[in-house]
Design a binder for this molecule. Structure first.
Ligand code: CTP
Length: 231
C-alpha cells in the first residue's frame, strides 16, 4: 500500500535529517570596553534563511552576531557571538557536521590591532587606529569544503555588483552567492524586504523580485535544494 505520510514528509520536509549552519548579523570588534567597530546589519535575512531551512526539516545551528532579532523555530539552535574571531570559531566547529552552510553574516573585515583594557581617553589632535584583517570565514570554509557540502555566501555590493560578486563566488569556492545591491530600493540592511540575484558557477544569474525577507529566504532555500539535487 502507498505510504502517504512518508510521501508528505519527503515533499514538505526534504531536509529532514540534514544539518545546516547559518551565520547572521553583524560582528562588533571592540576598541575598548565601551566602543566597537561594527556595521548596520540586523541579522533579519540570515534568521529568515535559518527559519526556511528549519521549515523544510533541517536541524539548524545559527551563529548570530549582536542582534535584537531572534529565531523562533524549535529546530534552530542559536549560538550568540560578538566578534569575527568568535564567529569564525563557532562556524568552523559547526561546519564539521553541516551538509549546508549559508554565510549571511556581515562580518567585519578589520579589527583593532589592540583592544584597550581601559576606556581610551580623549586627547589633543587626531587619533590613529591600527586595524588588522579578520579571518574570512567563507573563504576558510571554502578551502576545507568536502564533496556533499553545499556552501553559500552573500555579497553586499554598491557598485560593479555582478563583477564583484562573481569574484567572491570563485575566490571563496562557494556553490552560490546571494548578491544584494545597496542601490536597490527596499534591499539590504534594516528593511523587511530584499531583492537578490543568485550566482552559481557556470550559470546565468537569476534575479529574484523585491519581496519579503521570508519569501526571499524560501526562494534561496529552494535554489539550495536544486543545487543539492545536482550534486
Ligand atoms: N565573509 C566572511 N568572513 C569575513 C568577511 C566576509 O565569512 N571576514 C563572508 C560574508 O558572510 C559573505 C561573503 O563573505 O557571505 C562576502 O562578504 P562581503 O562583506 O560582501 O565581502 P568581503 O569578502 O568582505 O569583501 P568586500 O568587503 O571587499 O566587498
Amino acid at each position: 500500500m502507498y505510504n502517504t505520510s512518508a510521501f508528505f514528509f519527503s515533499v514538505n520536509k526534504p531536509l529532514k535529517g540534514v544539518y545546516a549552519l547559518v551565520t547572521a548579523g553583524p560582528t562588533y570588534e571592540l576598541l575598548d570596553p565601551v566602543r566597537f567597530i561594527g556595521n548596520f546589519s540586523t541579522g533579519k535575512m540570515g534568521i529568515a534563511i535559518a527559519e526556511a531551512l528549519a521549515e523544510r526539516g533541517a536541524e539548524v545551528t545559527l551563529v548570530l552576531g549582536p542582534s535584537n532579532e531572534r529565531a523562533v523555530h524549535s529546530s534552530i539552535t542559536t549560538i550568540h557571538v560578538t566578534s569575527a574571531d568568535e564567529m569564525y570559531t563557532a562556524a568552523t566547529d559547526a561546519f564539521k557536521q553541516a551538509e549546508i552552510a549559508v554565510l549571511a553574516a556581515a562580518v567585519a573585515d578589520y579589527k583593532p590591532a589592540e583592544q584597550a583594557t581601559e576606556k581610551i581617553k580623549k586627547k589633543e589632535g587626531t587619533l590613529q587606529l591600527d586595524l588588522v584583517k579578520t579571518k574570512d570565514i567563507l573563504a576558510s570554509l571554502g578551502k576545507i569544503k568536502q564533496p556533499g557540502q553545499t556552501l553559500i555566501g552573500f555579497a553586499l555590493e554598491t557598485n560593479n555588483e555582478l563583477a564583484h560578486a562573481n569574484k567572491k563566488l570563485t575566490e571563496k569556492n562557494a556553490d552560490m552567492i546571494v548578491m544584494n545591491s545597496l542601490k536597490d530600493e527596499g534591499a539590504g540592511f534594516g528593511h523587511n524586504t530584499n531583492k537578490v540575484t543568485l550566482l552559481k558557477p557556470g550559470k546565468e544569474p537569476v534575479s529574484l523580485p523585491l519581496q519579503s525577507k521570508a519569501a526571499a529566504a524560501g526562494a534561496i532555500v529552494d535554489h539550495i535544494l536544486e543545487l543539492r539535487c545536482a550534486l
